[in-house]
Ligand binder design. Structure first.
Ligand code: GDP
Length: 295
């Protein structure tokens, strides 16, 4: 992750603020104009950037901030807090079912990193002493099933597949297999397509209705910026998601998706993908991300 452009522009704006000593309302407004431009250049959603700046400005000029001994410091602290809350405030965890297995349904467009992240999650849970089962529900491309087997083996997690059958049946069979063999987590790798279409959504809705997953995680590619955010909005409206896995953050130089997706969809980022290796998965902590951005 390297949101350098955003970090550099924010620190330039804050440097100017600090150099002023006492601050007037118009100093704050000038700085916030710079912040807004920096956010837009980072590909943050237009409305998100506007609301963000309005929230910071209201807090900064409407309290004792400007008369405090360190007004610039106070403004920066407000930016830090608002950035954190923009991304969801707290780390959002996976909801485990009280009865095993916990069913996690992975969905996303082709190429987003869905299969890789199914395996990364399996590995993550294995390290916690759990016994995940990966399930090949992406039945349209034989290569997708093969790929899941390859990454599943690397992750040390078994892969349940029935070739190119009906994904709902496969998911159900996999769940009873998991019960029989003591797997406490079932990760369904569902079909991806290049675009959102009714057939894809229909299939995902079917799986959801028949299987009742405890978590529906949408995998989106952070390098696609606002497109990723729009994909998340569409999936959430059509299917209802519980959270997002934001992938390829290691190659994202702007950060717009990371900063906008929560505000646009209301759904938290739960994990971020930081590379192609199976260990490159991190739970998402909004406060740490805000600190990284502010440097
Ligand atoms: P799927 O079509 O959604 O299942 O996507 P894949 O899991 O096949 O991933 C597509 C490509 O993105 C592969 O080449 C992965 O190695 C790569 N990839 C996945 N996640 C990440 C990540 O977090 N960082 C980087 N740099 N590459 C990733």
């Amino acid at each position: 992750m390297a949101f350098e452009g955003l970090s550099d522009k924010l620190s330039a704006a804050f440097k100017r603020l600090r150099s002023k000593g006492r601050l007037t309302e118009s100093d704050v407004k000038d700085a916030m104009r710079e912040v807004r431009l920096a956010l837009l250049e980072a590909d943050v959603n237009y409305k998100v950037a506007k609301d963000f700046v309005a929230a910071v400005t209201a807090r900064a000029v409407g309290s004792d901030v400007l008369t405090s001994l360190t007004p610039a410091q106070q403004v920066i602290k407000i930016v830090d807090e608002e950035l954190t809350s923009l991304m969801g405030a707290e780390n959002s965890r996976i909801q485990f079912s009280s009865k095993i297995p916990t069913i996690i349904m992975m969905c996303g467009l082709q190429g987003s990193g869905k299969t890789t992240h199914s395996a990364k999650l399996a590995r993550y849970f294995k390290k916690q002493g759990k016994r995940p089962l990966l399930v090949a529900c992406d039945v349209y491309r034989p290569a997708a099933i093969e790929q899941l087997k390859v990454v599943g083996e690397k992750a040390g997690a078994p892969v349940f597949d029935m070739g190119q059958g009906d994904p709902v049946k496969i998911a159900k069979k996999a769940i009873s297999h998991a019960k029989d063999y003591g797997h406490d987590i079932v990760i369904l790798d569902t079909a991806g397509r290049l675009h959102i279409d009714e057939q894809l959504m229909g299939e995902l809705k079917n799986i959801k209705a028949e299987v009742g997953p405890h978590e529906i995680l949408l995998v989106i590619d952070s390098m696609t910026g606002q497109d990723a955010v729009n994909v998340a909005k569409s999936f959430d409206e059509a299917l209802g998601i519980d959270g997002v896995i934001l992938t390829k953050l290691d190659g994202d130089t702007r950060g717009g998706a990371a900063l906008s997706v929560r505000a646009v969809t209301g759904k938290p980022i739960k994990f971020v993908g930081m590379g192609e290796k199976l260990d490159d998965l991190e739970p998402f902590y909004p406060d740490r991300m805000a600190s990284r951005i502010l440097g």
